[in-house]
Design a protein around this ligand. Structure first.
Ligand SMILES: [Mg+2]
Length: 383
């Protein structure tokens, strides 16, 4: 058996979205869903699969991985951390390496991540800005589907309209479901020059959210506004503060933890710190009283599964009733079929809203190769 990395293949795919999808954090309707798949092969022909960021610039760094032992996961994580500083986020490669090493060892990634759990509660994470009635109808459908939590988006031109939607949903189902609100002030799309909220704006909204019994308020301020997030957090009695989904560097998370800025830490393994890095961060978060780790997963099904493996693996059973993993789900605009178009079967949930992972090695995923061929836009092999 040879565990060396023999070949890496990166392919790009474009799924047409008709009707288009207009998420609240983006000012441009999405007519395509671009996906990058990274495959890492060992000399015995095993294949590990990852996805997430577009892997821009990988051709400058291929030599740092080809010929290396696949199972040197900490080494690969360090090198990818260095590359992130110099170039871009190439974390999908590390997801593929974990998947590959899981197959070499015959272990699922949730066991490699700590093995504390193999299932995780989810929340229905919406992306579209709807009116009060439509949002409540949808929330009731989520309840019928088995979800115990959902996330609403803010970002309408008038904050009063955001609050009217929250009020309708909270009054309608707030006694039966936890409600999260994502304010999306932590970062912007490249073309979006709107300033984030300041502390005074965030404070008024936070009070209104807490009055409606919101479970967590997500990204109320810019990601580096550590002190004001900490202030906001201390002023709230019951509501939690969440953030950090795309925050890049370990030292930035150290600052968030040092200042006590957040209750819920949400880095997404597809774009931040990698699998090994998030296992380490989750242990750091667990060392802070009342803080929880549960990643952002917006993107494709591979990111959802990779984050699910990490979160399940690091979550002790006594905390599992408070940890809700993001499950992007907002039909008709954002469906499981769109999100997981690269799989033979979309990632589904148990009737009571849990994502249950199996003993299949690695990430346990099965690609729909016909669909991938039909949506292929670019392919590059590194040998
Ligand atoms: Mg978010």
């Amino acid at each position: 058996m040879s565990a060396k990395i023999e070949r890496i293949v990166i392919t790009s795919h474009q799924l047409s979205l008709d009707p288009p999808f207009l998420p609240s954090w983006d000012s441009q309707p999405r007519r395509k869903f671009p996906t990058t798949i990274v495959r890492v092969f060992d000399a015995d022909g095993r294949q590990g699969i990852g996805s997430g960021d577009a892997m821009y610039g990988f051709s400058d760094f291929e030599h740092l991985f080809l010929g290396q032992e696949a199972d040197q996961l900490e080494r690969h994580n360090s090198v990818l951390g260095n590359i992130e500083f110099h170039a871009g986020r190439l974390w999908p490669l590390e997801i593929a390496l974990w998947d590959l090493v899981g197959q070499q060892r015959g272990l699922p990634c949730w066991r490699m991540a700590g093995g504390l759990n193999h299932e995780i509660l989810t929340y229905a994470s919406t992306g579209v800005l709807r009116g009060p009635e439509a949002a409540l109808e949808q929330a009731q459908r989520f309840l019928d589907e088995g979800f115990r939590a959902l996330k609403l988006r803010f970002g309408r031109p008038d904050i009063k309209d955001d609050l009217a939607v929250l009020e309708a949903v909270a009054k309608g189902i707030g006694d039966r479901m936890a409600i999260m609100v994502d304010c999306n002030q932590g970062w912007r799309m490249p073309w979006d020059t709107q300033a984030p909220w300041n502390l005074d704006q965030a404070r008024v909204i936070a009070r209104a959210l807490e009055d409606h019994g919101v479970f967590w308020m997500e990204e109320p301020l810019q990601r580096g506004d550590y002190e004001n997030m900490a202030l906001l957090r201390r002023e709230r009695k019951t509501m939690k503060l969440a953030g950090g989904e795309l925050t890049r560097e370990p030292y930035e998370f150290d600052q968030l933890l040092k200042h006590g800025s957040l209750d819920i830490y949400q880095p997404d393994v597809a774009v931040t710190l990698g699998m090994s890095g998030l296992v380490r961060l989750a242990a750091q978060v667990a060392g802070h009283n009342d803080c929880l780790f549960t990643p952002h997963t917006w993107g494709g099904g591979i990111g959802l599964l990779a984050n699910a493996h990490i979160t399940a693996g690091v979550t002790p059973p006594e905390k599992s009733s408070q940890v809700f993993l993001e499950y992007p789900h907002d039909p008709p605009e954002w469906t499981r079929q769109r999100r997981d178009f690269i799989f033979r079967q979309p990632v589904d949930l148990s009737p009571d809203g849990r994502l249950v992972l199996s003993e299949a090695p690695g990430l346990g995923l099965e690609l729909d190769e016909d669909r991938l061929k039909a949506t292929l836009s670019h392919s590059q092999a590194y040998v």
